[in-house]
Write a protein that binds this ligand. Structure first.
Ligand code: SF4
Length: 288
């Protein structure tokens, strides 16, 4: 039905539909299920996302390695003191992204969107946008389908694997999916969604994958926090009417090429980046 952003855009224009409507039709067709069955599945996905986004806000969830945990609660407490630098919306979004990352690191239930390592970004973006504009759960589900459409295009034409393309392919793509979803949730058009998706990916282009000790914990959780902030600001850039000079499909191609050009040390091997720092090495050996 569509493989590229341009094809999705043309379909939306031709049928006068939003991205989520096209994606819903495609999913029903691909999975051979009814609208009701599809909505039931997505409601389950959304519930899981909401739970993981909230679980670590009021209690510390510490990973087995003890490399991560407790930061979502710290961020939530900090936000509640009303003296944040970036404001309640951004800090609240970061707390929620950290929460899902901490749930993931402690082997809790999350939705990989597009991967477990980047699972904090999309749920937080959806909840933050819902709260900001007093939207419904249905709007969040529509956002999920929009995000799915963007993620599918990237998966088909590039990669969503840190081992193949670095963290730009995980947190970058999650951010891109979230930015497009936010736009549709707030009533932006398809062009704006693709512009926001482009901005989010461009902003993180070249981000390496360097998990300390080879565990999806640090710097992954931090990148989920910055990833949701990136999605929110990318959406605002697009809603302001700013357009991407480079079309979304070309941005996706560029991300893939950058990923291929990355040395293996920076693609989830834990042999480069912060994983290979003296402290990273000590943490790996358990001597710190
Ligand atoms: S640093 Fe690597 S393992 Fe961690 S979230 Fe990014 S891509 Fe995934």
């Amino acid at each position: 039905m569509f493989n590229k952003g341009t094809e999705l855009l043309n379909l939306c224009k031709k049928q006068n539909k939003k991205i989520y409507e096209i994606v819903i039709e495609k999913e029903m067709n691909d999975a051979n299920i009814s609208y009701e069955e599809l909505m039931d599945k997505m409601t389950l996905v959304l519930d899981t996302m909401i739970n993981s986004s909230n679980s670590a806000l009021d209690k510390e969830i510490i990973s087995i390695s003890r490399l991560t945990g407790g930061n979502a609660k710290k961020m939530e407490n900090y936000k509640n003191q009303n003296k944040t630098i970036s404001g309640d919306l951004i800090t609240s979004a970061m707390a929620r992204a950290l929460s899902t990352s901490e749930v993931n690191a402690s082997m809790g239930r999350i939705v990989a969107a597009p991967t477990a390592g980047a699972s904090g970004i999309l749920p937080s973006a959806l909840i933050t946008t819902k709260e900001r504009f007093n939207l419904s759960d249905e709007d969040m589900i529509h956002g999920l389908f929009t995000a799915a459409g963007i993620g599918e295009i990237v998966a088909k034409n590039a990669t969503i694997s840190g081992a193949e393309g670095g963290c730009q392919a995980e947190c970058g793509v999650a951010s891109s999916m979230a930015a497009a979803a936010i736009i549709e949730m707030v009533g932006g058009d398809v062009e704006a969604s693709l512009n926001a998706a482009s901005f989010a990916l461009i902003n993180i282009l070249g981000l390496v994958c360097d998990p300390v000790s080879g565990l999806v914990e640090f710097p992954c959780a931090l990148r989920n926090a910055s990833g949701v902030a990136n999605a929110l600001i990318s959406a605002d850039l697009a809603m302001a009417g700013i357009k991407s000079l480079i079309p979304f499909d070309e941005v996706v191609d560029a991300m893939y090429k950058v990923g291929k050009a990355m040395p293996e040390t920076l693609r989830e091997t834990a042999l480069g980046g912060v994983a290979a720092t003296p402290t990273g090495e000590k943490l790996k050996k358990g001597t710190l």
